[in-house]
Structures are given as structure tokens and as C-alpha cells.
Design a protein around this ligand. Sequence first.
Ligand code: NOJ
Length: 736
Amino acid sequence: MPKKNFIDDLISRMTVEEKAAQMLQVPVSVVGMDEARKWARLGVGSFLNVLGEDMEELARICAEESRLKIPTIFGIDAVHGHCLNKDATIFPSQLAMACSWNKDLVRKIAKITATEVATEGIQWTFSPILCLARDPRWGRTNETFGEDKFLSGELGAAMIKGYQGEDLSDDTAVLACAKHFIAYGEATGGRDSYDTEITMRKVRDEFLPPFKKAVDAGVATFMTAYGSLDGVPLTANEKALRGLLREELGFDGFVVTDWDTVNALINRQKVCADHKEASRVAAKSGNDMIMATLEFYKAVIDQVKKGKLDESYLDEAVKHILTIKLRLNLWEKPLKKGIPGSIGCRSHLNAAVEAARESVVLLKNNGVLPVRKGKKIRRIAVIGPNADDIRAQYGDWTYFTHPVPGIEKEPQRPYVTILEGMRDIADHKGIEIRYSYGCSVNRREYYKGNFESIPAFMEQCYIDNSRKTDTYKEMPFINEAASLARECDLIVLAIGDNYNQAGEYNDRAELRPSGMQEALVRVLSTLHIPMITVVVASKPLVLTDIVEKSDAVICAFNGGMFGGQAVAEAIFGKINPQGRLPISFPVVTGQVPVYYNQLPGWHEGRYVDCTEEPLFAFGEGLSYTWYEYSDLKFNKRTKTVSVTVTNNGKRRGVETVQVYVNDVVSSVMTAVKNLAGFERVELDAGESKTVKIKLEDEAFSVVLPDETRVIEPGQFEIFAGHSSKDEDLLKVTVTL
Ligand code: NOJ
């Protein structure tokens, strides 16, 4: 039978019940295997959160025991490596990977992840996130590529190509999932799943572009967002799912809801009275597969049988799903084969080292770095809650945070924490490393020791009386760290957040480092010993005081297995840091939003008690060399920027040339500048290169109130340079 008719023929033989089952995705981690087997016999479309023999059994039941023998698909959140499997390679978080600004690297990591996922048999990862993190209070900031639509779109497209390869039927290709559609990260107050108070014009202008790039890259699936857009839940949002996604972007894969969002229409967002209505609304709005709302099955059958929902909605959804299943060649190979032995293999681990290195961002250096022999360093104090905590280094979405039944939750080797990385290198250099925990990240994990011997100066150093009890409890730890540091020539302090301050349900109202971390910094700074602060965190934290008190600051976000090694290599100068921030850091929490591409305002855009400048801006990042820009030109015909970059330092380095555009006068207000292109360039000491970057037409466009995107003729400022900060950019003005 020709493939073209295969699916139509299959659909014509499916009962309403089988179509409803095909539209369902069953969470095995929740229902257990007994119930999962029943669903498999009904011919359920997909399962999630199951591995190993259980998965093989469910695949076999669907493919051999269900009436029509339609193979099922298994999905998993392999969002920074196949991280729910303890043996797999764990890469830096998406936010940390974004610091590389390296499309080739992101694609390579995605290919490796796909290979490991496929070797498990699984055909689908729920990645990448293309939401923008413009309010870092949002718990899922770590899962994004940062705050910018262009960078997110470029890296997202690379990731999708890495996951999906050339052909979905390849043994190492898995389906990617562009999520969460749409504007999910912009939820009011950074509160996960809340309403997004923006207009469709803004959606198109600011949040649609990365998803458009995902469709252009051929992404096979989309996931809806938990939240709502101007009061309309995304799972019930026909305008977004059918209008924007299908009609406008031309998406031809299938759409899965996020977890239990059909139930949320009833009991959370309260736009539907019961499961019958919610199932009808979900099907009509353009969802093809329903994740985890098992009530959908009976309810949707009821609605079709009562004539309340046209069966064609089910046909359409099932067709989308089966078409992708056919492209995966599931009828011949119900499970992927991958490459046996590839999970966590040496070459994959090497890529994790490379990714960790590229995710390190040097934010401040008064000359203390890199640590070299001649600097008379004999003893280094490594201090802090995140110096030796692999869970904090991994962040969200690993087998600790999202355990799949049967998987060990304890950290599995190989990995290198900062303490271990420092020891490895220091040993070779004859430098002694001493370690002290310092204090906890979470106030929940107090030191349980003896609270009697708190020196008076410790008590004074933390002035917040409301937290006095906590202060007392952690003082002995801080005291111990200070005593240890006094005997050392250098302090490497690792602070930040940890995995239970990131992810769903874990938004933060306060971005200052939690617990006693600021007190720890304050105490250590009174010792007048050079201090390098390393931030291991899921998001930008408020580091204003800490930066001032530190001689150097390194941002490492969640660096994955070898995050600690990369940090140590940067400290000792074995690598030249080259990461650039994909997100801005606020001076105080109340300064949020602080993303770089805001609309221009009057009155300087600042608060009376705070500057308008962020603490660190989008695109920033130092290295052990420095670059000079010259000769910026723009070719109007080819829309190509050309600029010369010279490495004026003494070390080879990689500079990320950033190009921004500002529409000088437009009929609707446009951002002060928008990233429009970037290119990494490797330069030896003293070397110059001319970099050419072709800009897309969209860089010069504006979305009008009627929601159309147009290019308005006139003047444009074109900037090129080292970061989004004006002082780092050269400018030419052109008329187009
Ligand atoms: C909910 C999350 O929002 C989504 O990103 C994830 O892919 C699904 N759960 C499946 O675990």
C-alpha cells in the first residue's frame, strides 16, 4: 500500500475509542505499570516517564496486542542530556549552554542527547524550551536560552536539527518539541503558569520569532503552555494553536498539551465546567495529544457520540500523530535502536567537558585571575555551599529532581565538582586546597551542630534581626570557614542557588542569594584575602554587594557533569573564558525587568533609588585577553555587516561579535536595540579578522497594531561589538 493512503486507511478503520486513545499520553510514573498495560491494550498514542523493560513491554503490547497494532511513542524530558537516566551524559542547563552562543556546539550536544535517548529506545524529547526568560524570578529561567528572541531562535533551531537529524527514521534521531507555546516565560510577576498580560501584537513581535525558527528547522512537535494569554488558556487558545501555529507558521507536526492542562481548564483556570467541556474545547482548539489528563478519553468519546464534537477533530489530530509515527518508521521499528554502548561513553563525556568550558562566563577580574605560579599562591580556601554539591551543579531536570521509577536517585560518577576540579589542578602545581562548607543555600538545611560558640563579631555581621535564629544556627559554619580562609592566600567561594529553588513551582520573589550566603561573603571579605566568587545558579541572582566585595566573579550557572572542572580550569588559566551572558543581571530584585531590549521610556527609565543599568548586561563576558573593534560597515544591498576585530592581548581567545539594530523612527515603538546577528571568531594574540554577518529582513521590521509585520523605510542604527552595552558597540546609521 502506498504510504500516502496508509494513514487515511488506518484512520478509516479506527473506532472513536481508538482515536481518543491515540490522542492520549499516559504518565507511567503516575499510573503504574498495571494501569499502563490496560492503556496499551486500548492503543494509547504515547507514554511518558518510563524506561527500560517496562517501556519495552508497553511498546510490545501496543504494537502486537492492541486491535490495530499501532505503535506507541515514548516521550521524556531529556532537556540537558538524557538526564533522567543516571548513566547518561549530563550537559550544562539550556541557560548555561546559551552562554556559549555556539550553534555548532548546541547542535552537537543535541545530537549526542538524541543518540543516548534513542539508545534507550525512546523516540521523543520534550526539548527545547523557546520561552524567553525576561523576568528571572521565574523558576524555569534555567530551562531557557535566556532573554533574547534572536539568540533563542538560533540556538533552538540548532538544537532541533541536532535532535532530529536529517531523517526521523534514523536510529539516532528523536523528535524535538518546541515548547511552551506561547509567551509562557512572560507570566505576570515571574509566577509560573500565571496569565501573560500582553497583546497579540507583542506576542508576534517578541515571542513568536523563536518558534517560527523552530518550524523552519522542521520541528516535529509543539507543546502548549500552562499559562494563559490575556485570559485565554493556551490549551484552549484556538487563535494561537490553529491561527498562529498552523495557518501562519505552517506547522505540520503534532501538538501535545503540557501536563494535565486539560484538567486545569476546569479546576485551575476555570474556563470549563467539566471534563466533557474541557475535552471538547481542547480538541477544537487544536491540541492533538493530551498529556496526563486521562479523563479526556471517556469525555471526548462521550462528546463525539452525543454529536457535541465533530469526529473530524479527532481524525485531524490522529492524522497529525500518525504521520509523525510513520516518519519515525515505527511500524517497522517500534523502538529506536540508537548506538549500543553510547550512553555516557567517553566521546559524549568529552563533549560535556567542552560544553561546560564554553558555558563559563567571567564577569569581573581585577587581575587576580588567572591564578599562576608566580603569584605566590601556596594554599587556596575553597568555600561555599555550591563548591562540592553536584545536585546544585546539575540544577533541574535530572534523576534527582524528576525520578523515574527504578532509577537510583543518588549522584552517579563521573562528575567533577568545583572542589574536585580545584584539587585536580592544584595537586599538579603543588598548591594545597582546603575546604569548608561555609553555610547552606537553603534555610531548610541548617547546620545541626553546636550553637554555643558564636563569636561576637559574627553575630554583628548579619544585621537582619528577623532571621536571627537562622543566623545563630549557621554561625559555627561561617566561623569555621573564616578560620580556614585566614590561613590561605586565596579564597574561591562558590555560592548560588540549588535545585529546589529552580523549576516548576519554584519561582522566587527575592533574587538575593538565600540563607546566610551574603553574610558569609561579608565575613570573608573582612579578611582582606583575594576572593574569587563563583556563582552556580539556575538564573541571574542579585550579586551587587558580592561583586563589590569580590576580586573576581565567575558565572557558571548549572554546568553539568564537568561544570566544576571547567571553573577550575578557568581559575588556573587552563582555558580562556569565552562565555557571554544570554540574560541580564539585576542590581536589585525590584529593578526587574532589566532585559536589554526594552522599549524606550521617558525620564531616564530609572528608579530614584536605583540606576537603569543592569549589574551585568546581555552579551557581557570577559576573558584573559581583550578585543578592539574597528571599521564597521554595512552593505545595504546584501544587508551584511562587516567589522574588524583585533585581539590586543597576549592569549588566543574566542570573541563573540554581536550585531544589534535599532529602527530610528517607526510607527510603533521599537526596542532600543535588538540582537540581529552574532558570530564567534577565534583570534590569536595580535591577530585581526574581518567578520561579515548577514542580517535577516526581519531585523528591520516592525509589527503594527493590526498585527502585520512590515519593513518601514527610514533610518536604522546598526551596532557591532562586544556586548549589548552602548560603550561596547560601534555604530553606523543607514537609510533603507
Ligand atoms: C511539565 C513541563 O512544563 C514540561 O516542560 C514537561 O515537558 C512536561 N511536564 C513533561 O514532563
